[in-house]
Ligand binder design. Structure first.
Ligand SMILES: Cc1cc2nc3c(=O)[nH]c(=O)nc-3n(C[C@H](O)[C@H](O)[C@H](O)COP(=O)(O)OP(=O)(O)OC[C@H]3O[C@@H](n4cnc5c(N)ncnc54)[C@H](O)[C@@H]3O)c2cc1C
Length: 406
């Protein structure tokens, strides 16, 4: 595995690229940014991809790739590599709402740590010609009177504590893709990019645990046991647990921030959900939890003035139904041809208009089912009835699984 020490020192890379012009500057090397970098580089565009974190890095995510996401990875030749790296095939779902539980066969998913997946995508992007620098925070400059209309200036600053003396540098992008997830810190002036955040939105939580530290129910350590995705729903939110690569078990949760505030501790809130479901909860107590800001949000505009938003930056709806990453890949597949066309014709306005239309059309469709699942998960009694109905009438269950997981 590549470690920070093996990579180019960011400060040195920063100095090398200061003042350069790129066809595309992509902010954020998560699944959206890295896949857009791959597709754009394959079309011959010069691409700079930056991320504020040092890679490989983990992030808040359940790491389950649904079938659409797997097809994308197959199309760029990474599917087998990811499986070879130890990704786990999951085709069973265990749903538990308080004491009511159900077991379903599901269209098979692939569980992989984000540190593994995102590093592979970034390596592939570099292989295709992308310039990648990690440990760099990007900020797009506002357009002022002296700006030309052909480029956006992006200021890059090292996030490493050891080279704090390094001066920020600027690069020019003919077009800029903001794939920075839930963070909007790279956008020029936030008032110009209004976004709504749902008031009672939950926050995302994540931790990885070595498989031998997890109760047997949640880890398929014994031979012959099939790995499952466990989804446990309690009054404070819900928790997904599944095996992943590196002999680890991935814990990802969406919780009410007020419950976390009251418990004064993330581990205690997650424990409460496990207890309400009658499960052993001691293993989650002292983990290294990562968290996100409020999850459900939406950007009103997704493209203007040579800037294009992609992935979660366009909006996100809790819960995690395993389609966040496939949305990012699908977006990259749709956006890159528009950017390429804009590059050939020098007509960015048309690409901006088409991107706003594409997102509006697909986002509404995609979010309908997520909003519905989020509503059910907040009312335990109602959610149990939905589960019972799915158990009694398999075609309803299959339809639901199809819309969420394929
Ligand atoms: C609890 C939880 C569980 C989930 N589980 C699943 C799942 O099982 N399956 C699934 O498909 N989806 C899941 N999702 C959703 C999925 O994680 C996201 O949809 C997906 O990561 C979005 O990808 P992205 O590339 O848009 O953003 P991200 O993956 O968040 O990447 C954004 C990147 O931008 C970088 N960045 C931010 N600001 C800057 C800046 N100013 N300069 C430089 N870099 C910057 C960040 O460091 C980060 O690496 C889950 C989400 C949550 C919250």
């Amino acid at each position: 595995m590549i470690t920070h020490g093996d990579r180019n020192v960011p400060a040195c890379s920063l100095r090398n690229i200061g003042g350069k012009v790129f066809d595309l500057v992509i902010v954020g090397a998560g699944v959206a940014g890295a896949s857009a970098a791959i597709l754009a580089s394959q079309r011959g565009l010069s691409v700079l991809l930056v991320d504020s974190q040092f890679f490989p890095r983990d992030k808040v995510c359940g790491g389950c790739l649904n079938q659409r996401a797997q097809s994308f990875l197959q199309s760029i030749g990474l599917y087998d590599k990811i499986k070879y790296a130890g990704a786990v095939v999951i085709d069973r779902l265990h749903l538990q709402i308080n004491k009511y539980s159900s077991q379903w066969g599901v269209p098979s998913m692939l569980s992989v740590r984000r540190s593994t997946l995102d590093q592979m995508l970034v390596d592939h992007a570099e292989h295709c010609g992308t310039t990648f620098i990690d440990g760099i925070r990007a900020k797009i400059q506002s357009i002022d009177a002296g700006s030309d209309n052909q480029h956006r200036v992006v200021i890059l600053k090292s996030t490493s504590s050891t080279d704090s003396a390094t001066e920020p540098v600027s690069v020019l992008g003919r077009r800029v893709v903001v794939a920075s997830g839930l963070s909007r810190s790279s956008l020029p002036i936030s008032e110009e990019w209004p976004a709504s955040v749902m008031e009672n939105s939950r926050i995302g939580l994540h931790a990885l645990v070595p498989r031998d530290k997890v109760p047997e129910l949640f880890a398929s350590s014994s031979p012959g046991t099939k790995p499952q995705l466990h989804m446990l729903v309690g009054s404070a939110g819900y928790l997904g647990i599944c095996d992943t690569d590196g002999d680890c078990v991935d814990l990802a949760a969406a919780m009410d921030p007020s419950a976390v505030r009251v418990a004064k501790d993330i581990g205690a809130t997650v424990q409460q959900v496990l207890r309400e479901c009658g499960a052993d909860s001691s293993f989650v107590r002292d983990l290294n939890w990562q968290s996100t800001p409020h999850l459900t949000r939406q950007s009103e505009c997704v493209a203007k003035q040579n800037i294009f938003l992609l992935g979660d930056a366009t909006g996100y709806v809790e819960p995690f139904t395993g389609e966040g990453m496939s949305w990012a890949f699908k977006g990259a597949e749709a956006l890159v041809p528009l950017l390429y066309q804009a590059h050939l014709s020098s007509d960015t306005k048309t690409a901006e208009k088409e991107w706003n239309l594409w997102i509006t059309k697909h986002r509404n469709h995609r979010q309908r089912i997520s909003r519905w699942v989020a509503r059910q998960s907040r009312k335990a009694e109602r959610a149990k009835w939905v589960l019972r109905m799915c158990d009694w009438v398999p075609p309803i269950r299959n339809q639901l699984l199809h819309s969420i997981m394929t």
